[in-house]
Design a protein around this ligand. Structure first.
Ligand code: AMP
Length: 148
């Protein structure tokens, strides 16, 4: 197997945090680069609702800044000294942006949580994991939270 580029998409949930050590260990094992991506939901695109552009542009800018900070500081511990990491924040429909990123960056493997955020997000937007598994051109390792 030639695994040189691994993608770890995160929504900063517990489910995705639980999948991170698998992504890091796989990257170490294969000597691969680890790409970490967070997708900010584009509400208008995802739901088809009308959202006034002017007000949302500023909201998205703030969300992007916050997500970048979160990506920079998060899970330093879990990286266990691993440094070959590239972080990105994009806006859109999560599974579409994840697949686009995979194609553009020739990703060999995706590692992600089986579950992400709960509640209204999930009700409105559905399962990102299922859509990625269905549409990805490369293998996808989905990691479940342990059953309580
Ligand atoms: P879900 O299928 O939405 O419950 O989420 C399953 C997994 O998809 C999460 O554990 C993350 O790995 C990934 N994911 C969900 N939403 C996003 C997002 N907005 N950006 C990046 N990854 C995401």
């Amino acid at each position: 197997m030639n695994i040189k580029r691994i993608l770890f998409p995160t929504d900063f949930s517990e489910g995705s945090a639980h999948a991170l050590p698998y992504a890091v260990d796989m990257a170490k094992h294969y000597g691969a680069r680890l790409y970490i991506i967070h997708v900010i939901y584009d509400i208008a695109k995802t739901t088809g609702w009308y959202v006034p552009h002017v007000s949302m542009d500023e909201v998205y800018r703030d969300m992007e800044q916050a997500a970048k900070k979160e990506l920079d500081k998060c899970w330093i511990e879990e990286m266990k000294g691993f440094k070959d990491i590239e972080r990105s924040v994009v806006t859109g429909v999560p599974y579409e942006e994840i697949i686009k990123f995979v194609n553009e960056n020739k990703i060999d493997l995706i590692v992600m949580g089986t579950h992400g955020r709960k509640g209204i997000d999930r009700i409105l937007f559905g399962s990102t994991a299922a859509q990625v598994v269905r549409n990805a051109p490369c293998p996808v390792l989905t990691v479940r939270l342990p059953v309580q």
